[in-house]
Write a protein that binds this ligand. Sequence first.
Ligand code: TEU
Ligand code: CA
Length: 548
Amino acid sequence: MADKDMAKQVKWWKSAVIYQIYPRSFADSNGDGIGDLQGIISKLEYLETLGIDAIWLSPVCRSPQDDHGYDISDYQDIDPMFGTLQDMETLIAEAKRHHIRIIMDLVLNHSSDEHFWFQEAKKSRENPYHDYYVWRDGTEGEFPNDMRAAFGGSAWEWVPEVQQYYFHQFSVKQPDLNWDNPKLRLEIYNMINWWIEKGVGGFRLDVIDQIAKEPDKRITANGPRLHEFLRELSRETFQKADLVTVGETWGATTELAKLYSNPDNSELSMVFQFEHICLDQIPGKEKWDLAPLPFLKLKEVFERWQTQLYGEGWNSLFWNNHDLPRIVSRWGNDEKYWAESAKMLAILLHGMQGTPYIYQGEELGMTNICYEIEEYRDIETLNIYRERLEKGYTKEEIMRSLYARSRDNARTPMQWSDGENAGFTAGEPWIKVNPNYREINVAKQIGDEDSIFSCYQKLIRLRKEYSVFVDGIFRMLCRDHEAVFAYTRENDDYRLLVICNFFDKPTANPLEKPEESAKLLICNYGDTVWSTTLRPYEARMYMEDKRR
Ligand code: TEU
Ligand code: CA
C-alpha cells in the first residue's frame, strides 16, 4: 500500500494522546468547591498547549454521587453540580475549536438505585422495568450466595416490596443491569446514539467486561454472552461514526484483548488492561494487602502486550487513572528524584505502541497524599477502613494501606498555582488539596523547559512527528537486566531506542552507543552525551533515520 493510502486507513486515535479529567477535582468555576464543566472550558487552552487530542471525561451525568458519578440516575442529563446540558454542548463545541474531542464515560454495568428504571423495578415483580435488573428469590437474611461487592459487604440487597434480592457488584446504590433483557439493551443504544448526535468523540466503557454476569455460576467478568453483547452494542451505535472506544477490562488477557480490539472494528478500539498495575497484588488477597513491586515481571508484562497485540489489536498505555495511586509515588520516587523519575516513567510509556492516556496532574508529577481518616471521601476507602477495623487490623496498618492504595490519592484537586487552594477553587474544596501544591503546580512548570509538563508536551509532539511511534514493531533489549528497561521500535524508515534506569542508584549502561547519526530526542538529565553509566532514573530516547 502506498504511504498516502496507509495514512488514510490509520484511525485518528492511533496517533492521539488522550487526557483524563476527573471533573470534581479539575477546576471549579463558581466557588462551591467542586470542579465543573465551565471550569473545564476555562482550561481548554491549557490542554491545547499540552497538545492532547481528546479528553476522557469521568461521568458528569445526573447522579446522587454515591460513587462520585459512577452511579447514574439519568444518562441523558448533566448533574447540576457540574452544570447543564447546555454547558456540555458548549464544552463539546469549544473543545472542538481547540482541536480536542470529548470522550464520555459510559457506566452500563449498573445504574443508580435512584434511576427511574430501578425506582419502577422495585415496585413489583410484574413491573415492566423489573427485569432491567438482576433479581433472585430468597428469604430476608439468607443471601442467594456469598458473593461480595467490590466496596465491601454482600453483593445482594433485599427489597421487601418484591420479596427478592437484587445483585450489585459495587455499592448498594449501584444495582447491576440485566443485559440479557433486549429491551434494556435497546434503551442503552438509543441513549448512546443520542450522545453521538451531540458530537462526542467517543466513549470509555466502565467495567464493560462485567456486563454479562451470571451470579448463579458466580460469573462476573467475561461471561459467556459478553462478546455477543459487545458486537451488538458496537453495530448499533459506535460503528456508525468515527469514534474511539475504550473498555475498562480488569479481566483481560492478550487473547481476549485481540477480540475486544480486533482491527475489524467489530467491538471496541482498545481496552484498559491492568496486568502491569496489579503486579503487587497477592493472588487471593485484597488490594489493601501490600507487596513489593517486581521489576522483571513488569518488563515481562509490557513485552507480552506489546508483541502479542502487534497487528492484531491495539494497546492503551497508562500508568494512572482516578482509581489508582499516583505513579511517581509508586514506581517512581516522590522525594529526591521526583522530577527525574516522573519524566522517566513518561518517556518509557510514551515510546510504546498504543494510545497513551495522561491522568490529570500526571503531567505535573502530582503525588500521593496522606490524609487523616476524616479527610478521605471515597466510598471504597471509607468502607474498607470500617471493615478492617472490625476485622481487628490496627489503625496504623490500615492507614499504611490507604496511603499506598486509596483512590483518593488520585482525586486531590488539580494543582494550578501556588495560590490559595492551589487555584482549584475560590471556596472550600470538597477534598483537601495536597499541601505540596506550593512546589508542584501548573504555573511553575508551564514556561519551564526542564519541567515535567514540558517533558510530556514534548513527548506528545514527538508522537505526531514520527510514524514509528504508531506502527513500529517493539523489541525488548536486555530482558534480564535487573535495573534497566530498554527497547526499540522499528519500521521501514526509523528506529527508535528507549533506555531507562528504573531505580535510584546509578547502574552500568548495558547498551552499545547508538549510531553517530542517531538523534537524541529527549532525556531527563541536562547533558546529552552517551555515557557508560546511567544515573538514577535516567531515561533517553534516540531516533535513527534509516533512510539517511
Ligand atoms: O472501576 C472498576 C473497579 O473494579 C475498580 O477499579 C474499583 O474502582 C476499585 O479500585 C476496586 O478496588 C470502575 C470505575 O473506574 C470506578 O471509579 C467505579 O467506582 C467502578 O467502576 C464502579 O462503577
Ligand atoms: Ca463548581
